[in-house]
Design a protein around this ligand. Structure first.
Ligand code: G3I
Length: 378
């Protein structure tokens, strides 16, 4: 990875927009800027935001304030999944997503819906129904009900999540899921077509993981995703863009040329691209907090510079905002040999900006300007 240090000029530029430097011990630790990442990203036409559970903004006032300052986009980490919205057959529960939407509206933010067709976060009753139920009706009813309710209010949806898994051995590279077993590859067509019919103005995304590195497996994944997008478009399926999840991991082989070419290939299909679930795992980095935070920031900066060089990339959302929240704390992917917690997100557990925050700010400032996405509040 290219190493990007924060130089004196960047520091002064940062000070110009209100950065208060608390000290250089522990990396560049800054006091929260009055101007958050959302405003810095907006200067280049980029929408920045982060995922959250509702409790983060209803039970933690300081965190709620940080979301309001830093984010133009909120992504429900669980409230818009089947487990969040559809706990029993015929029973929808909208209170969580309604509440999040109210909060977003209050702060001039928008919500990206996540997600309608995924093999995880399925309640038991759906898993039981999938092999033998009326699956077509089940899926279309869910999508019509949810997008019908939020029509015109949730402008972007991760309609299909993680459809590709070359390791499952299918010729078409699709993941072998209960949905696929029940409906075949047309489950993807169905989901996108139902979403378009339910909210014709919403931007409809395919959201995929592990597209970022130069390993042979990720190369197969990129090829399978491109092939899938091409075939969906050829069949007239209304897919508007690709979400690259971007769960980055230091130590994996990064090649800016390969990544840059891939994003270009997707945009050549006429699609938009978003970074949807950015975080940085540092299990491979030994050393003190300052060393680890610096490595996380440098890794993210090289990645962001490469992807944001494409002006069609209009949004970046991280998977959480503060190290308090990360899913990695509850997942083996987040375990370090020294037992220390991961530090994968822009703010530390005390909500102070970390070098990763600065890397995001610097990458936004360095990115070519673009027309802001039409779906973001003006
Ligand atoms: O709701 C229960 C709660 O009642 C209980 O007290 C708690 C005890 O562990 O579990 C809670 O549910 C957990 C939920 O997160 C809320 O914390 C689930 O067990 C857990 O499986 C769920 O994990 C989420 C996971 O998706 C599955 O939905 C993670 O928070 C969320 O970060 C993760 O996000 C995914 C994206 O959707 C897709 N891409 C990968 C990303 C990371 O896995």
């Amino acid at each position: 990875m290219r190493t990007q240090r924060i130089g004196r000029r960047d520091l002064l530029a940062g000070l110009g927009v209100g950065l208060g430097v608390a000290g250089l011990a522990g990396g560049l630790m800054a006091q929260p800027e009055p101007i958050g990442l959302r405003a810095i990203a907006a200067t280049r036409g980029i929408a920045y935001g982060a995922a959250l559970g509702l409790r983060s903004v209803t039970e933690e006032p300081a965190l709620a304030e940080a979301y309001a300052r830093e984010c133009a986009v909120l992504v429900p980490e669980g409230d818009a999944k089947w487990t969040g919205l559809h706990p029993a057959s015929g029973v929808f529960r909208f209170d969580g997503l309604d509440r999040l939407l109210e909060i977003a509206v209050r702060h001039g933010q928008c919500v990206r819906g996540h997600t309608l067709l995924w093999h995880e976060a399925l309640p038991e009753w759906v898993r039981d129904a999938l092999p033998n139920g009326r699956i077509f009706e089940l899926l279309t009813d869910h999508i019509f009900t949810v997008l019908g309710r939020y029509r015109g209010r949730i402008p972007v949806w991760d309609v299909v999540n993680e459809a590709v898994e070359p390791e499952d051995g299918r010729e078409d590279g699709l993941r072998q899921t209960p949905w696929l077993s029940a409906l075949g590859p047309r489950c993807l067509d169905l989901a996108f077509k139902a979403a378009r019919a339910a909210d014709p103005a919403a931007l409809l995304m395919l959201n995929e993981h592990d597209l970022e590195y130069a390993s042979p497996l990720q190369d197969r994944r990129r090829r399978a995703v491109l092939r899938l997008l091409e075939t969906l478009l050829a069949r007239g399926v209304p897919v508007d863009g690709l979400g690259m999840q971007s769960h980055l991991r230091i130590g994996r082989p990064f090649d800016a040329r390969i990544l840059h070419r891939f994003v270009g290939e997707v945009t050549d299909l006429g699609l938009t691209v978003m970074i949807t679930e950015l975080d940085v795992g540092d299990a491979a980095v030994t050393g003190d907090i300052a060393t680890r935070d610096r490595a996380v920031a440098d890794h993210a900066r090289a990645y962001l510079d490469t992807v944001l060089d494409h002006a069609c990339v209009k949004a970046v959302t991280s998977w959480g905002l503060s190290d308090r929240q990360s899913w990695l704390h509850h997942h083996p992917a987040g375990w370090r040999a020294d037992g220390q917690p991961m530090r994968p997100l822009p703010l530390d557990t005390d909500l102070r900006p970390k070098p990763l925050w600065q890397a995001l700010a610097d990458a936004f400032r360095a990115a070519p300007a673009r027309t802001p996405p039409a779906w973001i509040p003006g």
